[in-house]
Design a protein around this ligand. Structure first.
Ligand code: UGA
Length: 470
């Protein structure tokens, strides 16, 4: 199989010098992958610690494949890091903004980092520049940003803003970059749009559109994914209540090609820095446009409910939480990343601690800095003396936990597999009660819900009904 960190076997690109602002998950991936495509990339990072790590060749994030790419292209000279935007922007006509847009408490994204970065780029530009917004922003942001930075550039330099949202998943970002479902370029001038589209191989699927359309493609895509997961969680909850088989039900639903299997896995709710943030951003935008997004709102409520229901299961299985010891396996918001932003696993840890439980945790790479939480080196150390254990992130090492070893170290016999990765039978065989989301033991009685028995009415009382109708 082709090495996925190698440039794709696709059409070559004309080499361009690109300045990438921000070396986070998005910026560092874009910078390294653009260098792999053949561009000269100057990456600006303002955090001195992060920059120092990068210049030493250390990668400050966990993202498979990035380390090799960065090493290859700092070596080839196509990738450099600096804190100095002026140095990076000298003679450069394409600058990519890859800064964070974290959610504010009212659900709208905080665009201050974007404004600061854009101002700095505009002030440092020595030639006309396309300011490419990769960060996820509400529709209308690129247009506003262009007006905002228009006056900051030096005499004779024109700064125009293009939307080019990224669709990378953490943990698979390099693979996703080289295997995109689509490249979206939103520009008000086709030539400018072409300049940005030409950064990518010409055989990658391209959508050229207006800037607000491009911005909305990203928001709507993440919102749809959020809705899909919340729907799956709702179906799983219903399966639990009815005693139906969630894997068969959702498997059967997903086999419809119009629906698809992806993002139908039930769990403790979606997390991460993107889906929760973009869902609330979408809701806020829809609200301000006078078109309340009822489906998106419902997905948000369902996600909160999915998180709460995992704690409720532990509580119901143990009787009560205060003074009990609960192990949580996993801190990252999903397997394959060290990111704990809006992590359902971390929410579980905090929720349990808040309800008086002693919490012991394990994660292969993510960490938590909370004095109330004890983090151990192995799942079995973390399970030592516990009354209950929750699998909260689907790391591969939790798929085949040793049931006998776990049983020997734990005091209690309750396991809640919130992400559905363990085999229930072997755990059950050594005496564990296993609960899950849409699988495992039920925490409530599944009622027999017979719908109105019309056929019996038809069979038994035809003359009465007929008489009444007459
Ligand atoms: C998401 C999108 O998938 C990317 O396309 C997008 O580029 C990115 O946001 C972004 O906006 O930057 P990411 O947040 O890395 O990517 O993670 P996902 O793989 O989408 O997972 C998000 C959450 O949904 C996780 O908590 C995951 O466990 C959960 N999930 C996912 C489920 O609960 N069930 C599923 O079936 C799939």
């Amino acid at each position: 199989m082709r090495d996925q960190t190698r440039g794709p076997a696709t059409n070559p690109v004309a080499a361009t010098t690109v300045c990438v602002i921000g070396a986070g998950y998005v910026g560092l991936t874009a910078a390294a992958c653009l260098a792999e495509l053949g561009h000269e990339v100057r990456c600006v990072e303002s955090d001195p610690l992060r920059l120092a790590a990068l210049t030493r060749g250390e990668i400050p994030i966990y993202e498979p494949g990035i380390e090799e790419l960065v090493a290859r292209h700092t070596g080839s000279g196509r990738l450099t890091f600096t804190a100095d935007t002026a140095v990076a922007m000298d003679g450069v006509a394409v600058a990519m903004l890859c800064v964070g847009t974290p959610p504010r408490s009212d659900g709208e994204p905080d665009l201050r980092q974007l404004g600061r970065a854009a101002t700095e780029v505009a002030a440092c530009a020595t030639t006309n520049v396309a300011l490419v917004v990769k960060s996820t922003v509400p529709p209308g942001t690129c247009e506003a940003l262009e007006l905002f930075v228009g006056g900051q550039a030096r005499e004779g330099v024109r700064v125009r803003v293009v939307s080019n949202p990224e669709f990378l998943r953490e943990g698979r970002a390099v693979w996703d970059f080289f295997n995109p479902d689509r490249v979206v370029v939103g520009a008000d001038d086709p030539n400018l749009g072409q300049l940005v589209a030409d950064l990518y191989p010409s055989d990658w699927p391209l959508i050229e559109c207006s800037r607000r359309s491009a911005e909305l493609v990203k928001y709507a895509s993440n919102t749809f994914l959020a809705v899909k997961i919340s729907f799956a969680n709702e179906v799983a909850a219903l399966c639990e209540a009815l005693g139906a088989e969630t894997d068969k039900v959702l498997g059967g639903v997903g086999l419809d090609a119009r629906i698809g299997q992806a993002f139908l896995a039930p769990g403790p709710g979606f997390g991460g820095s993107c889906l929760p943030k973009d869902l609330s951003g979408f809701i806020a935008v829809a609200e301000s446009a006078g078109r309340p997004a009822e489906v998106a709102r419902a997905a948000q409520r369902a996600n909160d409910a999915a998180q709460v229901s995992v704690i409720a299961k532990v509580e119901s299985a143990l009787g009560s939480l205060p003074g009990r010891t609960v192990t949580v396996l996993g801190l990252a918001f999903k397997a394959g990343t060290d990111d704990t932003r809006f992590s359902p696993a971390l929410a579980l840890v905090r929720g349990l601690a808040l309800r008086g439980a002693r919490v012991r945790v394990h994660d292969p790479i993510a960490t938590v800095s909370d004095p109330a939480v004890c983090q151990l080196d192995t799942p079995y150390d973390a399970a030592q003396g516990s009354d209950a254990l929750i699998v909260a992130t689907g790391w591969p090492e939790y798929h085949d936990l040793d049931p006998t070893k776990l049983r020997a170290v734990m005091v209690g016999h309750v396991i809640v597999d919130a992400v559905g990765v363990t085999a229930i039978e072997p755990l059950h065989d050594v005496g564990f009660d296993v609960y899950g989301v849409g699988r495992g033991l039920a925490t409530s009685f599944a009622p027999v819900l017979w719908r109105p028995l019309e056929w019996m009415l038809d069979a038994g009382q035809p003359s009465t009904i007929a008489a009444r109708e007459r």
